[in-house]
Structures are given as structure tokens and as C-alpha cells.
Design a protein around this ligand. Sequence first.
Ligand SMILES: [Zn+2]
Length: 406
Amino acid sequence: MDMIKNSFARVTDWYKGVNRYIKTGAFLAVAVFCVVVALVGSGIGFGYSVKYNGQKIAVIEDKDIYWEAVKNVENKVSGDNIKKVLSSPEFSLTLTLLSSTQKDKNIISDGIIKNTKEIVNGVKATVNDKSYIFAVENKNDIVENYLSKYDVGSISSKSAFVGDVNFEDGLFLLSDTEKETTLNSLLDTVDVITVANVVSSKETDYNTIEVRTSELVKGTTQVKCEGAKGTNQVVEEVSFLNGVETGRVTLSEDVITKPVDRVVLVGTSANVQTAQNNTVAHNSGFIFPIWDAYKLGSPFGDGRAHKGYDILADKGTPIHVAKSGTVIRASWYGGYGNCVDVDHGNGIVTRYGHASEFCCRVGQTVSAGDVIAKVGTTGNSSGNHVHFEVIINGNRVDPAPYLNIN
Ligand SMILES: [Zn+2]
């Protein structure tokens, strides 16, 4: 009986133990359930931390987004062996705030690209249907670096490849790229045209002007003014093929400094004495006696031994005295008709013949330019004019140099 009783007691103990055990397990299960409910309620749940080539690149909720990112990388990167260069990811289960897991596959694919040494930024250069890949950051660098050697020192310079040349930026496999030195060799096979606007200075020649003068003997000359060359600024459009000039067109030409005329005096006098007299006459400061409309008539010493210079003008035109002086004649004087003589001192007298009327009287002091008479055709005259004489020490000389008539 005892044996049965003991056995029963053991069974009862076992049962009590098991029961306690079950009760404890149930309690734990309930506890875990409650924790999970609490975590889910607070947004925390299980996700995967993704390591790629040893670098943690994202925490994701669902592995599918990782494999979408891998497809994305395969599409972005040119190269047949892209699948071979991608490493396997390491996923590890982790508790995480689910709202903060990575949902953007592009960011995950960027992480994959960044951590794959075999993937590089590069440029695909296509020349005459053959393509080459270079590990250069962007195509503008390639074009600008290469073409810059054709720059011309100028206000603008543009170079471009001729023919079928194309550059394309992208992501490539390092194993597909060429050595960078071969890029220049490749581009050297392509023609380059350059068009530049070039500024330069250009000298402009001066003109030589000849001025006749009776102050110099015939056959002699004298430089009155040395000429000076001018400067123009020229803008030209210059074209080059592979750095060799092929043509230029002038776009504009502006005067910076004008040239200065070279002035040469050319002598007209018969001899040295005449030339010297003429120089004195030119410097004597005579005023031309007719200020209104006039024409030059017979000069001094024409075929009929003419001793004055005839100046034709309408009747009544004022006659101005050539220089200051004193009136010594204002009267009828034979063939001169109405005649005015003015004494200027130093043996110099001027005469005005054939006047229609007098505007002065003998003994009057006159200033250069005063009106002394009016044009007429009195005396031995065939038309209205003033017969002008210059008398020096009683000798009538050619008035032309005194009136600057050359
Ligand atoms: Zn005359």
C-alpha cells in the first residue's frame, strides 16, 4: 500500500511540477505576446540591416526592395559583366522603427554603386562609330581640356570637333575603361576647327599734301608739317583647322588715332629775291580789300604791262583799306578815274582805282578794314572793278603776294 501511496504522491508532485511549469510557460507566452503587441503598437518591428561589401548601406523592412535596387543598378550601369561585379548582401534581422526603414530603392542602389569599386563614373567617347570608355568625371571636362589647347589669345575663341564625335556621361565598369592617355591619342585623330575673334592694331598711312607758295623758289620744296601715321583697331574673325589658320574676315575697323597729313610747300617764285619779297609781303598783314562777292581779274604784269591787280565786284561794293595809314589822295587821277592812295609808312602806299564814289578825304587817318570808297568803272575802265596797286618806294610791285594770291 505504502508503495502505491508513495507512487501516487510522486505522480501528484510531478503533476504539480508540470502544472507549475505549464502555468509559467503560459505566463511567458502571454508576456511575450503582450510585449509584441506593445512593440507593434509603438511602430517597432523586425527589419533587416543590409551590409554590402562590409558597409551598412540600409535598414529595410522587406528584402524585395533590395533586389529591386539591384535591378536598378544593373539598368544604370553600362557593361555586360555588371552581374559578376556585384557582391552578395548580408541581411541581419533587427528590431527597428519600421517608419524609418529605407523605402527608396534609388538610395539603396546608390549605396551599392558607391561600395562597388568596379563601378566608376565615366564617359563613352564615340568617334566614327567606334566607342571607348574613359574613367573621367564628365564629358565637359574631356571636351574642354582637349580643345583648350587650340585657344587663341583673343576676345573670344571657340573650338569644336569636326565630324561624327559624341561623348556620353554614365556609370561604367572599371574593367571596360581605357587608359586615360589613349583618350588624347583618340582625339588626335579627329579634326578640330577653331573660330576666334582677334583684336589687333593696324597702322594707317598719312596723306601728303602739296601747297604752292611764292615764298619759295620754283623747284624747291619745304616740309611744313611732318606726317604721322594713325592707328586703327581691327577685329577679325580668324578660322583655324587643327591650329593652322585657314582664313580671316574683318568684322570691324575703328580709328583710334587719325593720321596727320604731311604738308609740303612747293615753290613758285622765279628767283630768290622774289621769294624773299613775297615772304615779306605775306607777313605784312594786308587785308583783302573786297569783303563781298568778287572775282579775280587781270593780274600784275599781264600782256599790257598791267601794274596792279584787278578785283571784279558789283558797282557800289565797299572797298576796305588793306592796312592802317593816312589818305594822301581821294580825287580824279587820269586813267585811274576816282582814285584813293593810302600811305602806310616805311615807303609803302596802296592805290584803289576806278571808284564810283569816295568814302574818305585827304589827310584822314584810316584803320585797316575801314571803307574808303565804293567799286565803280570810272576812268580808263571797261567794267566795275577795283584796280589795286602796291607801291614801294615809288615802284609798283605785284600785289598778289600781299593779298596771299598764289
Ligand atoms: Zn587794273
